[in-house]
Design a protein around this ligand. Structure first.
Ligand SMILES: Cc1cc2nc3c(=O)[nH]c(=O)nc-3n(C[C@H](O)[C@H](O)[C@H](O)COP(=O)(O)O)c2cc1C
Length: 187
């Protein structure tokens, strides 16, 4: 007899002020019946606490590639998940991923992810100039060409006080996108 399992989302947070919006999205996703595990860069953990992410998901947050006892997380989590979502995705992480750098947990997970078989999404979040910078735009194109889905950004007031493109899309939109991808697998 096979037991239906919950759809599995690997939710990766990077160091943007909009990490608080990601927490709201994670809460809604868990309530919707998705099993969520989180990865947070050290920068992301300056914006939200590991206890918040563990409390929301029921699982400890992974952050350090070298953490004792979790040394194979960069492979195990890549095999575990049905979908990976980097939200918020910083300019730094976008540019790093597009270069295939793997000297941290997020980069190692990305390279270990079987991109032809399972979706990897990123939701950019940054200042308008960082978003429009030719290097960032080139990285987004390179990632798209590699099979990554780049979610749209919102436009309007940014945390830095400037206006324009680059806001993280709203939690309700993230929820809707993930449910459209994984919702049919909810038992
Ligand atoms: C208050 C504050 C807010 C920041 N917000 C953003 C942001 O929204 N997007 C971004 O790309 N970088 C932002 N940064 C810069 C990143 O945190 C920085 O580039 C960091 O190295 C990113 O590391 P990570 O990609 O490994 O998380 C912010 C920095 C500070 C101090």
């Amino acid at each position: 007899m096979t037991t239906a399992r919950k759809p599995r989302l690997l939710f990766l947070l990077t160091g943007s002020i909009s990490c608080y919006k990601a927490c709201f999205a994670i809460s809604r996703l868990v309530q919707a019946g998705i099993e969520v595990r989180t990865v947070a860069t050290p920068s992301a953990l300056k914006f939200v606490g590991g206890a918040t992410l563990e409390g929301l998901t029921g699982h400890p947050v992974a952050s350090d590639l070298w953490e004792s006892g979790k040394a194979m997380d960069h492979i195990n989590l890549a095999r575990w998940a049905d979908l990976a979502l980097v939200a918020p995705a910083t300019a730094n992480t976008i540019n790093r991923l597009s270069s295939g750098l793997s000297d941290d947990l997020v980069g190692s997970l990305f390279l270990a992810w079987e991109i032809q078989k399972k979706p990897w999404w990123i939701a950019p979040a940054m200042n308008v100039a960082m978003f429009n910078h030719p290097l960032t735009q080139a990285s987004l194109k390179k990632l798209t060409d590699t099979g990554v889905r780049v979610l749209p950004t919102g436009s309007g007031a940014l945390a830095c006080g400037e206006e324009g493109e680059g806001r993280l899309i709203e939690p309700e939109q993230l929820l809707a996108q993930v449910l459209a991808e994984l919702g049919s697998k909810i038992a």
